[in-house]
Design a binder for this molecule. Structure first.
Ligand SMILES: [Zn+2]
Length: 284
């Protein structure tokens, strides 16, 4: 097995809010992979005294332990239990019903001799390389399927001059429209993250692939996946080829070069000039 991981914060002044871990249980041909991307705290606060890095470390640690040790639980069960465990760890000190309670995207993959299971929640991506080298991207694309009027607001904001009062106001309005859809169970166009409610686990994108049909898997936070999704430097298969050739660090270095070539975010519109970027490659 070849396992490689790299992570790089978007800014040296801010903590990296991504989390990556792989466990290879000693018992045989199995393994488990966990990748999280903590959601940047909202300007209105989070109701939590601990912060997003604390949250992703707690959630990621629970996910790694449960997915590796409890083969009897589905990955969705592992996620529900991990969210519940993390919520219990700060229910006494923090306001968990706060809309912006610390939260995170989730990618899980677990393999044994028979199968590769996966789970994706929110906008990090899992790539599955098949036996013939084909690459399949598993995405939870709810953020891209937000109602048309919300997506139009985002496009309008990104077309406005950076730093202008107009952009500031339109950006705030867009932010409020998005926040109304965050973890809004039952609302049309809603999207979901791991936060304090275990019920979102059943809304994750899940699946199982026969082990013999999988050569490798990779997981990318959106700060790394933007090489494909924002900069269009090839497709997911090209990103996978880059991961195999130059490793996760090579891919992140390529992302930083693309970002630096467009410092004003005009040629390639994006929310942050640089974002935390993390990638895991597991050739199983
Ligand atoms: Zn807290």
């Amino acid at each position: 097995m070849r396992i490689e991981t790299a992570t790089e914060p978007g800014s040296p002044q801010r903590p990296d809010e991504d989390f990556a871990a792989v466990a290879l249980p000693a018992s045989g041909q199995g393994g488990t992979l966990v990748l999280l991307d903590g959601v940047t705290p909202h300007r209105d606060g989070t109701g939590c005294v601990h912060g997003v890095p604390w949250y992703v470390a707690r959630l990621g640690g629970a996910l790694l332990e449960l997915s590796a040790s409890r083969r009897d639980l589905t990955l969705a069960d592992c996620l529900a239990e991990s969210i519940a465990r993390t919520a219990a760890a700060h229910a006494g000190t923090c306001e968990l019903s706060h809309t912006h309670t610390p939260q995170s995207t989730v990618v899980l993959a677990r393999w044994d001799e028979e199968a590769v299971e996966h789970l994706v929640l929110s906008d990090s991506v899992l790539l599955i390389e098949g036996e013939s080298g084909d690459v399949r991207a598993v995405l939870d694309d709810r953020l891209d399927r937000m109602p048309e009027q919300v997506r139009a607001m985002r496009a309008a904001v990104r077309a406005m001059e950076r730093g202008s009062a107009e952009r500031e106001a339109a950006g705030a309005a867009y932010g409020r429209a998005v926040e109304a859809l965050r973890n809004a169970v039952g609302v049309e166009g809603a999207f979901f993250t791991a936060a304090a409610d275990p019920a979102v686990a059943r809304l994750a994108v899940t699946g199982t692939t026969p082990r013999r049909a999988v050569r490798a898997v990779a997981a990318l936070t959106d700060g790394a996946g933007r090489l494909v999704e924002v900069f269009h430097e090839g497709g997911w298969a090209d990103a996978f080829a880059l991961l195999r050739k130059e490793g996760p660090q090579g891919l992140i270095t390529r992302v930083r070069a693309a970002e630096s070539a467009d410092p004003t975010c005009t040629a390639y519109p994006r929310g942050k000039r640089h974002d935390d970027a993390t990638a895991i490659l597991a050739v199983i």
